[in-house]
Design a protein around this ligand. Sequence first.
Ligand code: SF4
Ligand code: SF4
Length: 279
Amino acid sequence: MSVHVPINNIIPFSLVDGPGSRCSIFVQGCNIHCAYCHNPETQRLCVGCGACVRSCPAGALKMVCGAVEWDQDACVKCDTCIHVCPNHSSPRILYLDAEQVFERVKSYMPFIRGVTCSGGECMLYPEFLSELFGLCRGVGLGCLIDSNGTVDFAGHQDLLALSDGVMLDLKCWDDSWFVSLTGTGGKAVRKNLAFLAEQDKLAELRVIVTVGRNDPEVAVRGAAGVLGEKVASTRLRLMRFRHFGVRGEMEGAPSPTDERMGAMEELARSLGFGTVVVS
Ligand code: SF4
Ligand code: SF4
């Protein structure tokens, strides 16, 4: 029987989640908690506290047997529920299996080139990804995984074979920075970086640049060392921290300057990265 997974959102057409126009699928739930997360409402599963039900101005939420039920037709998309949720969750979740998601994806053809699964952390649901990617490949769609890199890809070779590659976040290099920013160490991410490059499945390496909350220069140098000669064929995206959507300690935190981003780009090019994108 197909596994049903919590889906936070499906964006029919996205130009920022891989090459070409893509359907982006965001699962709910993450295994780490980044201080700079832009969609913190995707981090955790609902615990049924009811706070959002009481705050919904449209009566689109109700408690049924201890769980929140969301009325999509009544919802006015005001986002009040995700702002009042004390749990970094959302009541606007649909539990769908791969077939049901694929039905939606199919309705966006022929205007998309592929699908990208993101989150939350989509690698928490590898069976779902495998089934969905199998269906998508069957109709000629490309399949990308956007991941925080904390789940061991070496244990999911079948899924990787169905995927065009992984857009891998490298949030920090040094473990002390990693723990401070995400709540966990970076050993698994560094291992995945080496493994995905060796398998030619590293679609994009993503490094966030913050002011004083991570070590992007060290991360770019460290990644170049791990990649070796593959650095020339690696696409690196340097992402400027922006506070939009961020809650908690980094809400309102400054973005790095143009000069800093320019210096980061120069460093990356000097280390031999074949493609460097600053966003
Ligand atoms: S976005 Fe949330 S709070 Fe607003 S109407 Fe929809 S369910 Fe209610
Ligand atoms: S979505 Fe958040 S506020 Fe609403 S019931 Fe679940 S945990 Fe509580």
